[in-house]
Design a protein around this ligand. Structure first.
Ligand code: AMP
Ligand code: MG
Length: 401
């Protein structure tokens, strides 16, 4: 109980979850299954990319110097020497005064050092009029300009986007080393909770958190395992956490995390494991527990879904990143200007929901227990612990939901 009075700062809480996070082991997946997985090793390319100098436009390969001064009024004239076929190399050389047609992606013939876009040319029989000068290398991708053989194309710790997958494909990485997705056990506690499939009776509410937390875990690259609703009962809680901890890499429990003596999550964790943090200087989200059950990290989240979500973003995200090995940021932000004053207490990190419109972030004040603002707001603005509030007109970073 007394621990709860000793609030730790957000950075300290993050450090604590980082310390207890164990990176999951590596496994391999096929390239087609690698989207959103975290790379377990740097990936190198086995070839030069591109492997040949090629045109990036449809046009005529020329010696750039010979186009100097070309214009609509005074085009330069080249002898047409033929066409390059897509996907094949050609022995023909561009001699002085000659040009060769190259399709986009076609190999640049020897002798040529630039390509004039077809739009700036006119072919008349065996001659091509060039109406625009090109510089050396213009409209051309040089041999290994993208990546040289042996270059690292994608770093360990990167969560793979569709764009990364494309680069891995180009590098010939068909079997991708990734970090195993952490299994995260999810428990909701509270005598008032009923499964979402039920109509709550007076005094009851549907279990929102199981699905909020599970979706967040999924979004962050984890594998949620649901352990359902547990009553506010020591033995029931003990056996649920015990089962979840033995089957999972981490356990997230929501509800029962405050100092109210009916809220026994911290007590139960302390019986079997260790409670390192009980109470964080964050609003909303103060009644948060960070602990361990054996070696398995366990986080107790506040019951209010809106508060729980802030703790997921501010703290749990770092626990999951420690387990997946993800090095980049897994949140997206936009810059905006604050449309209203936001008061805040010094010594506490505040997360204020905002609606962003035309670059203005308008705070959504009101009852933090309401769910509707979670859907209607754009994201949250973090007010740092050393700040006593932010004034209208302050540039802020909005963490997008
Ligand atoms: P607690 O932290 O257990 O005191 O809960 C704080 C508030 O959050 C109470 O109003 C609970 O009914 C609510 N709450 C707790 N767990 C959930 C849940 N899984 N889904 C929705 N609301 C919850
Ligand atoms: Mg409760």
């Amino acid at each position: 109980m007394s621990l709860f009075l000793q609030l730790v700062s957000v950075p300290k809480a993050i450090e604590t979850v980082r310390d207890i996070a164990v990176r999951c082991r590596d496994e391999t997946v096929s390239l087609g299954e690698a989207l959103h997985r975290v790379l377990a090793q740097d990936i190198y390319t086995d070839i030069d990319i591109p492997g040949f100098t090629r045109s990036v436009v449809d046009g005529f390969a020329v010696r750039a110097a010979e186009t100097t001064g070309s214009s609509d009024a005074i085009p330069s004239i080249f002898t047409f020497r033929g066409r390059i076929a897509m996907g094949s190399s050609s022995g023909i050389l561009v001699q002085p005064g000659e040009c060769i047609y190259v399709p986009t992606g076609g190999i640049l013939p020897g002798g040529a050092d630039a390509v004039v876009m077809i739009e700036h040319t006119e072919q008349i029989g065996g001659e091509v009029l060039v109406r625009r000068a090109v510089a050396y290398g213009e409209n051309v991708l040089l041999f290994n300009e993208d990546f040289a053989r042996g270059d690292a194309v994608c770093p360990e710790g990167k969560r793979l986007s569709p764009r990364d997958i494309g680069v891995l494909a180009a590098a010939g990485c068909t079997i991708v080393p990734v970090v195993r997705m952490p299994k995260v056990g999810i428990i909701s506690t509270g005598n008032e909770l009923v499964p979402v499939s039920e109509k709550p009776l007076p005094g009851q509410i549907r279990d929102v958190n199981t699905y909020v937390v599970a979706s967040f875990v999924q979004e962050q690259g984890g594998l949620p395992l649901l352990f359902g609703i547990v009553r506010d009962d020591r033995d029931a809680l003990h056996s649920a956490i015990s089962r979840a901890a033995s089957e999972c890499d981490a356990v997230l429990i929501s509800g029962g995390s405050s100092k109210d003596n009916r809220d026994m999550v911290a007590t139960v964790i302390a019986e079997k494991g260790e409670v390192m943090v009980h109470g964080i200087a964050i609003a909303p989200g103060k009644p948060t527990i960070i602990g361990r059950w054996g070696t398995t990290p366990v986080v107790g989240l506040p019951g209010h879904p809106a508060s729980a979500y802030i703790v997921l973003i501010a703290i749990v995200r770092h626990l999951l990143a420690g387990m997946t090995g993800e090095t980049g940021s897994s949140i997206r932000v936009v810059q905006a200007t604050l449309g209203q004053n936001v008061p805040s207490s010094k010594g506490r990190e505040d997360y204020v929901r905002v609606i962003v419109q035309d670059g203005i972030a308008s705070p959504v004040f009101g009852k933090s227990g309401l769910l509707n603002t979670l859907v209607q707001s754009t994201g949250v603005v973090r007010v740092p612990a050393d700040s006593e509030g932010l004034e209208t007109g302050t540039p802020v970073e909005v963490i997008l939901w």
